[in-house]
Ligand binder design. Sequence first.
Ligand code: AHM
Ligand code: MG
Length: 337
Amino acid sequence: ATEETPSVDLITLTRHVLSEQYRLGAAATGDLTLLLTAIQVTSKFIATNVRKARLINLVGLAGETNVQGEEQKKLDVLSNDIMVNALRASGKTAVLVSEELEDAIIIEEKNKGKYCVVFDPLDGSSNIDAGVNIGTIFGIYQIRPGSKGTVDDVLRPGHEMVAAGYTMYGSSANLVLSTGSGVNGYTLDASLGEFILTHPDIKIPPRGKIYSFNEGNSMYFHPPVAAYLKSIKYPAAPKSPYSARYIGSMVADVHRTLLYGGIFGYPDDKKSKSGKLRLLYEAFPMAFLTEQAGGIATTGTKRILDIVPTGIHDRCPVFLGSKEDVQDLMKCYEGNN
Ligand code: AHM
Ligand code: MG
């Protein structure tokens, strides 16, 4: 085998986003690129902290205070602070919504820009201490024409987002992004400190072989979900049953679904009437990416991106993934109505 020569033409995230924005023509001011640059810096910073925290856990030093005697912040709070500070300082934002904060932040006049960012700074926090993949999820709106930036600028359907993405902190840090013309994946090259384009134009396979649900909640599931799960676990011959994969970290479960296909679901059930996942900063960004990659994202009966939020921390049922798999699920709902 011939040895591959190292690439001398690396496509970094900034370069790639810039060229996409140029392609869009004169309307692009470069502001979105600058905002995305700020977001990727926060991802690098959070990735470093996640790694450090794991190291500390490994050597058994994790505690209430660090060596300087300062109280250590929990990783999700720390990640929130990193993002709020960087996004405010970017000068490109007007409104920020974080899972960690009860109220939206309205950016003061001197730092104000025209974008609103909704985010979950560190999702999948129950996985942190076990060293399992966790991630940051974000969605971006532009403020409405004439608005100075209020909470109403984010209480809008997900299809009005101008960009959405996530960073997964795993064996490497992977940033997956869509600015509305397809989905691209970038991997952090730690030695360069740059996200490099490694997964151009991600497309979800039209059908997969994996389902990803927390089946521990089965006793609460509504009939359409129970019927769907039964159909993929006990298929009529000659079909074979699907494999189960559930990490319990939305970023990781969605990342696998984008790459391998299949279906991810977090339904509403007899216990939680809107499910668990948050509409603005979990369901919308992931639905945006799924559709941009050629898949479907639904509540079972309704397109997720068409929902109009009534509050910044609303929840909604989520099913997303390969087109044919999600269509099969939707059929179970039709049969039930
Ligand atoms: P979190 O925001 O408190 O971390 O909860 C969100 C997470 C998602 O990442 C994941 O899909 C889901 O909760 C898993 O929930 P469960 O443990 O009920 O299966
Ligand atoms: Mg979350």
